[in-house]
Design a protein around this ligand. Structure first.
Ligand code: GRF
Length: 234
C-alpha cells in the first residue's frame, strides 16, 4: 500500500466522530493514520478517548489569544505532527481565512445536516421545526465561509414521526460515523479532490450503490436499517 496520509483531528468536545476516524484508521488498509488530536478545550471528552487509543493529544487554549494567534499556535502543532490532512470534528471555533487558505483542499469538516440546508448550529431542532422528513449529514472541504465548502460525501436518514431533537441527533450521528471515514478515505487516496470551487471525483466505481431511493415518512415503530437508508454520495 502507498504511504498513509498523516491526519490530525481538531475537536472541542465529545469526540465521537474523532473516535470513528481513529477506529477506521486502525484498519491496515485505511489510507490515513491519525497521528494527533488537538483540542481547544481542556475538558474535551474526546481527549481521553484519543489518549486511551494511543493517539498523541495537544490542548491549545484559545483564552487570551486572538483568533490569528490561536490559529498560529494550532498551525505549529500541526507542523509538529507533520500533518498532511486536517479533519475538523466538532471543532467549535471559527478559523481565520489565512489558516483556511493554508489548508485549502487538505482540511475537511463534518456537519450534521444535508448542506447547503441548515448551516450553523441547532440543525436537528431546525430540521424538526421545518417539518423535514429526511435529514442527514455532510462532509465537505473547508472554505472561508462556514459550512459552505464543496461537498465530499453525504448520508441521509429519515425523520421519524414523533422524533425528538435527541432521537434525530442520534440517528444522524450514526450516519456521521459511517460518512466521515468514507470521506477521509476518498480525500487521502486523492479520489476526492478540491479543484477550483468543486469536488472532483476519480475512480469511485467501487463505492457501494444499492437502492437509490429514500422514502419517508417512516413509522416511528420501525427501526430503520441505517445501512440501507444511508445513501452516500458519490
Ligand atoms: C457532530 O454532530 C458534528 O457533525 C458537528 O458537531 C458534532 C460533534 O460531535 N460538527 P462529536 O464531538 O464528533 O461527538
Amino acid at each position: 500500500m502507498t504511504v498513509r496520509k498523516r491526519v490530525v483531528i481538531l475537536i472541542s468536545g465529545r469526540g465521537s466522530n474523532m473516535s470513528a476516524l481513529i477506529d477506521a484508521a486502525a484498519a491496515p488498509d485505511f489510507p490515513a493514520e491519525i497521528v494527533g488530536v488537538i483540542s481547544n478545550r481542556a475538558d474535551a471528552k474526546g481527549l481521553g478517548f484519543a489518549a486511551a487509543r494511543g493517539v498523541p493529544t495537544r490542548t491549545v487554549l484559545s483564552k487570551g489569544l486572538s483568533r490569528a494567534e490561536h490559529d498560529a499556535a494550532i498551525g505549529r502543532e500541526l507542523a509538529g505532527f507533520k500533518a498532511e490532512i486536517v479533519c475538523l470534528a466538532g471543532y467549535l471555533r471559527l478559523l481565520t481565512p489565512e489558516f483556511v487558505a493554508t489548508w485549502q483542499g487538505r482540511m475537511i469538516n463534518i456537519h450534521p445536516a444535508l448542506l447547503p440546508s441548515f448551516k450553523g448550529l441547532d440543525t436537528h431542532a431546525r430540521a424538526l421545526a421545518a417539518g423535514l422528513r429526511i435529514h442527514g449529514c455532510t462532509v465537505h472541504f473547508v472554505t472561508p465561509e462556514m459550512d459552505d465548502g464543496p461537498i465530499i460525501a453525504q448520508a441521509a436518514v429519515p425523520v421519524l414521526i414523533g422524533d425528538s431533537e435527541a432521537t434525530l441527533a442520534a440517528r444522524v450521528l450514526d450516519a456521521e460515523h459511517a460518512t466521515y471515514p468514507l470521506a477521509l478515505r476518498l480525500v487521502a487516496e486523492g479520489r476526492a479532490r478540491l479543484e477550483g470551487a468543486a469536488t472532483v471525483f476519480h475512480d469511485v466505481e467501487d463505492i457501494t450503490r444499492r437502492d437509490r431511493r429514500i422514502v419517508a415518512p417512516v413509522a416511528a415503530a420501525t427501526q430503520p436499517d441505517f445501512e440501507s437508508l444511508a445513501r452516500f454520495t458519490p
